[in-house]
Design a protein around this ligand. Structure first.
Ligand code: FEO
Ligand code: CA
Ligand code: CA
Length: 671
């Protein structure tokens, strides 16, 4: 089904309870679940979880725009009084000698200086606090090879499906195609500024750079130098190459960027075993590393030349020891990667104490001088977990840098039946994580983060995606996008909807607002779906102004507006499944204090709306549309119908892009 796209096969075989079993134990009816929990939570931690101050109950809504309708059109729709432009499309030159993207003639070397494909998490780093000049840093989650190579003989006019790549008669791939795909992954850092005519443009700057799935990176934190990450490329285990499947991101309190490595397992192939269980190394098996000789995705290790930069994706044990091959290469993925957008010489750094899993992103609690730094990250796969990291050292503005993330404690969440929850430490000797139980030391725990979380009894969730912290209340919100594998036995019998088709948003708070606390109180902010299957925080169902499903992207603006993005998968005009009532993927805004939600923008065919941020003044918003046209069938592709015209509408292949939104009266976005 379309909305399973972007997720990997489930690989959690532990007996831990999942979120719905917990919910079912707590409540019998959804009305109680939504309304009742607020009261329960109030009793648990004192004060409403919405953080609604008494004065706010009479204040005006944060949402001042007129909702746009559900859309089935191949275009971008914004509210009355707003306008948009397109910026930073795939193939835009940003560095080197600024090679223009020429259809049919673009090379891998060109792509290494051009904006990548499949835009995802993103931040705007202002230059000197400016709201009209700064660096956009944007993740490129994965690629659509048939659109990168559309003019090549092996693709043009051929029935090529999404994800498919061309192999020769010997099962080999063209080197330059692979190089281009590797280069279209990773992160783009480029300067963008508002011009005299009001339009935004890419600006050449020596700090612009591409970080790709092949860029040399440093390994930092507890994994650095351990046997787990020793490879032929780095026998000392200090370095690695590239970052993969960068979904969402985080912004540190010291103004750097963290790119998440989400569904990286499918890029590797380990053919040492034909059956993943039980003999594949657990640090491969628990993450779903493929035993398919072509790997789970693009077969990069099968590039014709057998160059080292390609064969590293073959995780089979081929040499005499780990330093003779790439059996450990998958262990160099699954981390959060720190990038300093203002220092192009600084290598990306894998901050390994934040754990190894399918990181969707990371969100920081507001940093308090003299207190530890705290951040949260979800593992986006079915039945996986939500994690927290608390630093050992205290935050010192102006002095603290990313090395603070190298010492501390990683925790995983348990959601209890009574509206409370607990953070369970994933540290040597804690919660049974001992050598006797199979966890030799901290590095062994971290490289096997999922297994450690299984062991301590974490709660299985429905695909945790983005998190966001309300600047007003301090509450932490996380999207749980869907889980089509949830069995009927796990459904609350009083709720007839297949809730795991549509997803929900969970939130939690701490007594005294202390993000380092061992326990928390939680609630559901939203159960997504259509009018008959949804519930908002105020107890009402979603309506024509806001029905949507599969919440994914999540971001609070400075005024506490919660921006929510849908990822229902590759939905096109011919789609006729359970997600049809919601139309194309969209961006919505919510007022967390009132629970009100309004649809702000809808996008073209096939895309996913992901990545949202504004300039510091809140008057310019950047939003990404990823994989337009991805729903196009192989027959459509062969006929030259690429599914969507976005953004050029010239008959060329569709491209991911950032959309820049402003209010015609120059006001703050959302008001
Ligand atoms: Fe890359 Fe979980 O969305
Ligand atoms: Ca996502
Ligand atoms: Ca998603």
């Amino acid at each position: 089904m379309g909305y399973e796209h972007g997720d990997e096969p489930p690989s959690n075989t532990s007996a831990n309870r999942n979120f719905y079993e917990v919910m079912e134990a707590r409540v019998g009816r959804r009305g109680v679940l939504m309304g009742g929990l607020a009261a329960m939570v109030t009793g648990l931690i004192g004060g409403s979880i919405s953080g609604r101050p008494a004065a706010a109950q009479t204040r005006q809504s944060l949402l001042g725009f007129k909702a746009v309708p559900v859309s089935y059109q191949d275009k971008v729709v914004v509210p009355e009084g707003y306008r948009f432009q397109v910026l930073g499309v795939t193939g835009t030159p940003i560095s080197g000698d600024m090679p223009a993207s020429a259809p049919g003639a673009n090379t891998g070397a060109d792509q290494e200086h051009q904006i990548g494909q499949h835009h995802d998490g993103m931040h705007f780093f202002p230059i000197d606090g400016s709201s009209s000049d700064g660096f956009i840093v944007v993740n490129h989650e994965y690629v659509e090879p048939r659109f990168l190579h559309a003019e090549k003989p092996a693709y043009k006019g051929k029935p090529v499906g999404t994800y498919s790549v061309a192999y020769d008669a010997e099962g080999r791939r063209d080197d330059d195609e692979v190089r281009m795909e590797i280069a279209a992954h990773g992160v783009s850092v480029y300067r963008a500024a508002r011009q005299a005519d009001g339009a935004w443009a890419v600006v050449a700057d020596p700090r612009n750079r591409r970080i790709t799935a092949g860029t040399p990176v440093e390994i930092s934190g507890p994994m650095r130098g351990t046997s787990h990450v020793q490879t032929r490329f780095s026998p000392d285990g200090l370095r690695a190459r590239g970052t993969l499947n960068n979904c969402s991101h985080g912004v540190t309190p010291w103004n750097t960027y963290l790119a998440a490595e989400e569904n990286w397992a499918g890029y590797f192939s380990n053919t040492d075993q034909i059956d993943q269980k039980p003999d594949l190394p657990r640090e491969h098996a628990r993450y779903g590393v493929s035993t398919n000789p072509k790997g789970g995705r693009f077969g990069w290790h099968l590039a014709m030349s057998e160059a080292d930069e390609f064969v590293r994706f073959d995780a089979s044990a081929k040499g005499a020891s780990a330093t003779d091959d790439y059996r450990n290469e998958p262990n160099t993925m699954g981390w959060m990667v720190e990038i300093d957008p203002f220092n192009p010489q600084a290598a990306p750094i894998k901050r390994t104490h934040l754990g190894r899993f399918a990181h969707e992103g990371v969100v920081f609690a507001p940093a308090v001088p003299g207190q530890p730094v705290v951040c949260y990250s979800g593992d986006d796969s079915r039945f996986e977990y939500i994690y927290r990291f608390v630093s050992r050292d205290a935050f010192a503005p102006g002095q603290t840098d990313g090395s603070i993330l190298d010492h501390g404690t990683l925790y995983v969440a348990r959601f209890d039946d009574d509206g409370g929850g607990a953070w369970l430490a994933l540290a040597p000797g804690e919660n049974g994580l001992t050598p006797e139980n199979g966890f030799a030391d901290l590095a062994d725990i971290l490289v096997n983060t999922r297994l450690a979380a299984d062991h301590v009894g974490a709660t299985k969730m429905d695909r945790p995606e983005w998190g966001a912290v309300d600047p007003n209340s301090g509450a932490v919100y996380f999207t749980l996008t869907n889980n089509v594998r949830r069995t009927p036995a796990q459904v609350d019998a009083a709720n007839p909807r297949a809730a795991n088709n549509f997803g929900q948003i969970v939130r939690w708070r701490y007594s005294g607002g202390d993000h380092t606390a061992a326990s928390f109180a939680w609630d559901l902010f939203l159960i997504a779906g259509d009018a008959s299957t949804s519930t908002m925080a105020n107890g009402a169902a979603l309506n024509e102004d806001n029905i949507f499903a599969c919440p994914d992207g999540l971001w609070f603006d400075a005024q506490s507006r919660l921006w929510i993005q849908s990822d229902m998968g590759d939905i096109g005009p011919a789609y006729d499944g359970p997600l049809k009532p919601f139309g194309m993927n969209m961006l919505l805004a919510a007022d967390p204090a009132t629970g009100e939600i309004r649809r702000f923008m809808t996008g073209p065919w096939g895309q996913e709306c992901t990545g949202v941020v504004t300039t510091p003044d809140g008057r310019t918003m950047f939003v990404n549309f990823q994989h337009p046209g991805a729903h196009a069938t192989s027959a459509q592709f062969a006929a030259g119908d690429y599914g969507s015209g976005f953004p050029d509408y010239t008959g060329a292949v569709p491209r991911s892009a950032t959309v820049v939104i402003t209010k015609i009266d120059g006001g703050v976005i959302g008001t």
